[in-house]
Design a protein around this ligand. Structure first.
Ligand code: SF4
Ligand code: NI
Ligand code: CU1
Length: 694
């Protein structure tokens, strides 16, 4: 067995070879492409992210990049850092030379943010090396999926999993990064950007990022196979970032760093335990794999066996509350035929009626639970669910069918998941599934009446109509001082937490992320300035903030953690605001796209003139109320405008501008700021008449 000293010596050799390779590649890149050739990764504003946060040297071009070094007497962290920076440089050069490098864009990290904070993704796993027995590797990967871990793969394991027929990609949460261990730098890049995007860490803040990673980012690693110099060097890089490495070889144990699994233990539980990652598996009695890792998976035409809805057949789903006496827990009834192994290529009418009861259950929570059906159904491998209510749409794959999956299993999924996630308020779950057209149509009429009643209730649910608002502090796990105040007319900036969600979440776990926030005394109605809110925000932000207003962009706006759906910024020259969403690929007239603008506002900071918001807030009556509401909107991407058009027309009409929609410029109308200003004149945009914003 290697001694610790021998391992460190090995790491030193590995790091030294990587440093040399990095420097040589940089030289070659400069001589072939020139000193001013661009160097870096696409779709990130953080250049070479590890380099960005570890050093103070901005890098845009090849000549900006300093030579890498490794002092002769380097200690472990220094060896790790040199390894990390060399690996990142090598990949950046490959990327800048046009090679395919699996770099993860900033916006994907923002998107993952909510899943990381709400525990859907409990941690990140690196699978490295080459497994002796591919079956053990497949088993580990499947286990990781069942636990909802986000797994990054580097080295021969990528090939091994592909050969075993395991589907890889972000959709399945098994993300191949590189065929060598260099890919570890791409995983590190994701981890450090969590700190840059959510944690408010800035360029060159080396000590802060290392502290942040140690405290807040749960990454663990498993290495398969014999270690060589590169492996040892990569391990030191992992340790620098507080990532423990579990190995399947007889190596010396180093506390919190190197954990040999030699007694036949399962690798994954060991790796999770080493980093304190708590995973929870919801046991569902169905014949196909089930886990949050499959949520993003698609069922495409060639694999399709059974389809419901999608305008081909009538379809609906609804969850209602019933009294305990009416319900028999776990009872699932199929009205009509269920599918079976023969049901290839059929379209089926489909309705699912779920009734739940419990002593703490409230009518309002029914919609909260109903909306989760989408996530839960998608967790079954080979089942794809889209939409909700009476525009829901299911696809079931041939593989799932062959494995014995039937519609009644959707009932099993709902039953198990409701108990697991809403056990504190729901005691009994009963499911009825309809597949014959007449009954589906009849039940759908009933469901539609309930949707209507719910919509009316929701429309009446204004900020003034409720006693309390709610906080959401989920994102504090990444953005320590961030506080969302969630009101009926302003949902959390991630777009996933409405006032009803927050209320249900408080009911489920009274000491959890959401608490009631009393208004206190009203200081300013238009701005939404309340003493109770201010006191709460001061306390919950650990004194970082004096408070925040609910409806103003300019005066103490709400903080932004980093997972916002849309960023809104002041365009001073235009006397208005511009919004751009995470999915929008277009640049604003100021020449900056979503990522660049988003980079100015993350980390739980309060920046007047910049704010992250939920998409639907744009069409709320409380949107920007202190600054004349939606009439301040001067530019937005065409796609976002199309999504929200009905709401925009309605809000603007209430403010006396029925034709307002056509006055908001998009990328199709203007290219730059001058173009925007000319446009505003041309369409007689209402901002021309409004008072200056500051
Ligand atoms: Fe994070 Fe706010 Fe969404 Fe809660 S509501 S998850 S704090 S963004
Ligand atoms: Ni039960
Ligand atoms: Cu967030």
């Amino acid at each position: 067995m290697l001694s610790v000293e021998q391992l460190i010596e090995l790491a030193r050799q590995g790091a030294s070879a990587l440093v040399e390779a990095g420097n040589k590649a940089l030289q070659d890149y400069k001589s072939s492409k020139g000193d001013s050739a661009p160097l870096g990764f696409a779709e990130t504003i953080y250049e070479l992210p590890c380099h960005f946060v570890m050093t103070n040297t901005p890098v845009k071009t090849a000549s900006d990049m300093p030579m890498l070094t490794l002092p002769a007497n380097a200690d472990l962290p220094t060896i790790g850092e040199s390894t990390l920076l060399s690996a990142e440089l090598l990949l950046a050069i490959a990327h800048s030379s046009g090679q395919d490098v699996a770099h993860i864009p900033d916006k994907v990290i923002r998107e993952l943010g909510y899943k990381l904070v709400d525990g859907t993704i409990p941690g990140v796993l690196l699978l490295l090396g080459k497994a002796d027995d591919p079956l053990i590797l497949v088993d580990t990967a499947r286990d990781a999926q069942a636990r909802g871990l986000l797994a990054f793969l580097c080295g021969p394991v990528v090939r091994q999993l592909q050969d075993a027929g395991v589907e890889l990609g972000l959709d399945t949460m098994l993300v191949p990064l590189h065929e060598t261990l260099l890919g570890t730098a791409l995983a590190a890049s994701v981890a450090v950007r969590a700190g840059l995007i959510f944690g408010g860490v800035g360029r060159g803040e080396r000590a802060r990022i290392l502290h942040y990673l140690a405290e807040r980012v749960n990454v663990t690693a498993i290495h398969f196979g014999d270690p060589d110099a590169t492996t040892a060097a990569v391990a030191t890089a992992a340790w620098l970032l507080s990532i423990p490495v579990v190995v399947d070889r007889d190596l010396p144990a180093i506390e919190h760093k190197l954990i040999p699994a030699v007694k036949g233990e399962k690798l994954l539980p060991l790796a999770c335990e080493a980093r304190g990652i708590k995973t929870r598996i919801t046991q569902v009695d169905i014949p196909i794999p089930f886990g949050s890792a499959f949520e993003g998976e698609r069922v495409r035409k060639p694999e399709l066996a059974v389809e419901t809805g999608n305008n081909l057949t009538p379809s609906f789903e609804i969850l209602t509350m019933a009294s305990l006496e009416e319900l028999e827990d776990g009872r699932i009834t199929i009205h009509g035929d269920d599918i079976n192994g023969e049901s290839i290529g059929i379209n089926l009418p489909f309705g699912i009626v779920i009734r739940v009861g419990g002593n703490k259950m409230q009518e309002d929570f029914a919609t909260v639970i109903e909306r989760r059906l989408h996530d839960w159904f998608n967790r079954a491998m080979g089942v794809m669910h889209i939409g909700q209510r009476d525009v829901d749409w299911l696809r079931i794959s041939r593989d799932a069918l062959r494995a014995g999956f039937q519609l009644r299993h959707l009932g099993s999924i709902a039953h198990a998941c409701i108990h697991a996630d809403f056990g504190a308020i729901v005691d009994r779950v009963q499911v009825d599934i309809y597949t014959n057209e007449a009954e589906v149509l009849q039940q759908r009429e009933k469901a539609r009446r309930i949707y209507r009643i719910r919509d009316e209730r929701l429309a009446g649910l204004t900020d003034e109509a409720v006693d309390v608002f709610y906080s959401c502090l989920l994102c504090q796990s990444f953005a320590p001082n961030h506080v969302c105040i969630v009101t009926p007319e302003r949902m959390g900036l991630c777009g996933s937490v409405s006032w009803l969600d927050a209320r249900a979440s408080h009911e489920l776990s009274p000491t959890g992320a959401c608490s009631p926030v009393e208004r206190g005394t009203m200081l300013d109605e238009i701005k939404g300035d309340f003493t109770g809110v201010n006191e709460y925000v001061h306390m919950a932000s650990h004194g970082a903030l004096e408070g925040c207003t609910l409806y103003s962009l300019m005066d103490r706006p709400m903080t932004s953690c980093g997972c916002f759906e849309v960023v809104m910024v002041l365009a001073p020259e235009a006397n208005g605001v511009v919004v751009v969403g995470r999915d929008d690929t277009v640049d604003t007239p100021m020449g900056m796209g979503f990522s660049t603008l988003a980079g100015t506002v993350g980390g739980g900071s309060q920046v007047p003139g910049f704010m992250g918001i939920g998409k639907r807030y744009i069409i709320s009556r409380k949107f920007l109320r202190a600054e004349d509401g939606i009439l301040r909107l001067v530019w937005m991407p065409a796609a976002l405008k199309a999504t929200l058009q009905e709401g925009i027309i309605a809000r603007a009409a209430e403010l006396g501008e029925p034709d307002f929609l056509t006055k908001i410029a998009t990328e199709e109308d203007v290219q730059d700021l001058d173009g925007l200003l000319a446009w505003l004149e041309k369409v007689k945009h209402p901002v021309l008449q409004l008072k200056p914003m500051f």
